[in-house]
Design a protein around this ligand. Structure first.
Ligand SMILES: [Zn+2]
Length: 213
């Protein structure tokens, strides 16, 4: 859980950063934070992430029913709620369409982590969640991946990441995009080489010790 004032400040900060980094256009993207068992702070629907400030944020209960806020919460809140249900350790979920990582997902590809540090942060791979219609099918598609992963590519719907706070969730999303950008540039020299097992095995162990997954 996060203190509500801090959660609101972080959501405003990282909404702005998502837009500045070119991770979203139009009304793309959404961010939320769990501040108690039954209280979620989230970005308003139909708002550019450049224009999100603390006063514009919406509060819902754990079922997604609106408690306060001038605008409605975003339509993909059901996916955020599924992550909160599945992971007691998670207090923030973020989603955006960063161009390089989203390009991988729309091409039907997952992202293998080819830098040792990334294996610790994200695991050996950022999996691809298959195409699903919005609503219940989208939730069912992502649910099997939530327990073991902290970031996923969703075919046709960009990158989703979660963490203990908004900063950690955002930084995971940013790392996915950075890796996808490097992978894109590496293609001109033959593509990123996979890390051998003797390098990844201790990193996977280190990740287990750090994060329990
Ligand atoms: Zn999206």
């Amino acid at each position: 859980m996060l203190v509500e004032a801090r959660a609101k400040a972080e959501i405003a900060l990282y909404s702005s950063r998502m837009w500045t980094r070119g991770f979203v256009a139009n009304h793309d993207g959404n961010l939320s934070a769990r501040v108690s068992e039954d209280r979620i702070v989230c970005t308003p629907t139909a708002t550019s992430k450049a224009d999100v400030d603390e006063r514009s944020l919406v509060v819902t209960d754990a079922s997604g029913a609106q408690v306060s806020g001038a605008k409605k919460p975003f339509g993909e809140l059901n996916i955020h709620l599924a992550v909160y249900r599945a992971r007691a350790d998670v207090a923030a979920v973020v989603h955006a369409h960063p161009p390089y990582a989203t390009a991988l997902g729309v091409s039907g590809r997952e992202l293998a982590c080819f830098l040792p540090e990334a294996v610790v942060s994200l695991g050996e791979r950022v999996p691809l969640v298959g195409l699903a219609a919005p609503g219940a099918p989208a939730v069912s598609a992502i649910e099997p991946w939530i327990a073991k992963h902290d970031a996923v590519l969703v075919q046709g719907n960009g990158v989703w990441a979660w963490g203990v706070d908004v900063e950690q969730a955002y930084l995971r999303l940013e790392l996915v995009e950075h890796l996808a950008t490097i992978a894109h540039h590496a293609i001109q020299w033959g593509g990123p080489q996979p890390l051998p097992k003797e390098i990844t095995a201790p990193l996977v162990e280190a990740r287990k010790k750090l994060f329990g997954r």
